[in-house]
Design a protein around this ligand. Structure first.
Ligand code: CAA
Length: 259
């Protein structure tokens, strides 16, 4: 396993756990951190023993956003040529395996945007979400205006982006930004528990389920349903569907072959 400076990685059974670890900067998302997160995700994605991935931060901060001190001096040509954000930040959104963001404390700016790239967000009761980019003279640039709007609707997304106000965990659950709120002390254990449950299913079938839900973001209802139907049909061509249904009829646990 590679060693990293800004993240910690740990494998718990079939779950890969990545902990953002720049405590002095409240996990500000430096270029190095995003590169290391991408590397860790590459490793877990290519490891057949891993069925789901959890990304978390500290009790105080999931992440307080892009590293403002690092990016403050960037010029347009520099960020354009380097394809800033696109080149490093979107690896989590591109994961094919199921991913969970376990968020405690601050999830601000890029931190909130990174959490929204996961398949779902499990929040501690201490979580606080905001897109405060306007306070520093810029706008959300890592998908915040698009993903938050799809998750919570235009009105709340507009208010969050334009006023930069924070949303607490209770409001975030009510608004549909997070799937559930749990006590802060249980956050990582609960995220691992859910991830282990997901990882215990047939891996390719879980990936297809994720692909189908994600299509709802990108297509019309008719196209999305058509895509879902074809994926559902295709599961009838794989061994794990035969095993799953046979196990049900024989009143036993299925043994997945991941094929
Ligand atoms: N970038 C760089 N450093 C950061 C940081 C960030 N986003 N957030 C916090 N830090 C650093 C602080 O500078 C401070 O470092 P020093 O001790 O060296 O001064 C350290 O982390 C602790 O922070 P504070 O002393 O500010 O802690 P606090 O508890 O008083 O406040 C906070 C916490 C409210 C999160 C405050 O730090 C804050 O407002 N941070 C910035 C939040 C923000 O604006 N995020 C959006 C970034 S822009 C973005 O993300 C763009 C995009 O779309 C990709």
């Amino acid at each position: 396993m590679a060693t990293y400076d800004t993240i910690l990685v740990e494998t718990r059974g079939a779950v890969g756990l990545v902990t953002l670890n720049r405590p002095k900067a409240l996990n500000a998302l430096s270029d190095r951190l995003m590169a290391e997160l991408g590397q860790a995700l590459d490793v877990y994605e290519s490891d057949d023993a891993i069925g789901a991935i959890v990304v978390t931060g500290s009790e105080k901060a999931f992440a307080a956003g892009a590293d403002i001190k690092e990016v403050a001096g960037f010029g347009f040509m520099e960020v354009y040529k380097a394809d800033f954000i696109t080149s490093r930040w979107e690896r989590l959104a591109r994961c094919r395996k199921p991913t969970i963001a376990a968020v405690a404390g601050y999830a601000l700016g890029g931190g909130c945007e990174l959490a929204m790239m996961a398949d779902f967000i499990l929040a501690a009761d201490t979580a606080q979400f905001a897109l405060p980019e306007l306070t520093i003279g810029t706008i959300p640039g890592a998908g915040g205006t698009q993903r938050l709007t799809r998750l919570v609707g235009k009105s709340k997304a507009m208010e969050m982006v334009l006023s930069a106000r924070r949303m607490d965990a209770v409001e975030a659950e009510r608004a549909g930004l997070v799937s559930r709120v749990v006590p802060a002390a249980d956050l990582v254990d609960e995220a691992i528990r859910v991830a282990q449950r997901i990882a215990a299913f047939s891996g390719p079938v879980a990936m297809m389920a994720k692909e189908a839900v994600n299509a709802a973001y990108e297509t019309t209802l008719a196209e999305g349903v058509r895509f879902e139907r074809r994926l559902a049909h295709s599961t009838f061509a794989i061994e794990d569907q035969k095993e799953g249904m046979a196990a049900f009829a024989e009143k036993r646990q299925p043994v997945w072959k991941n094929r």
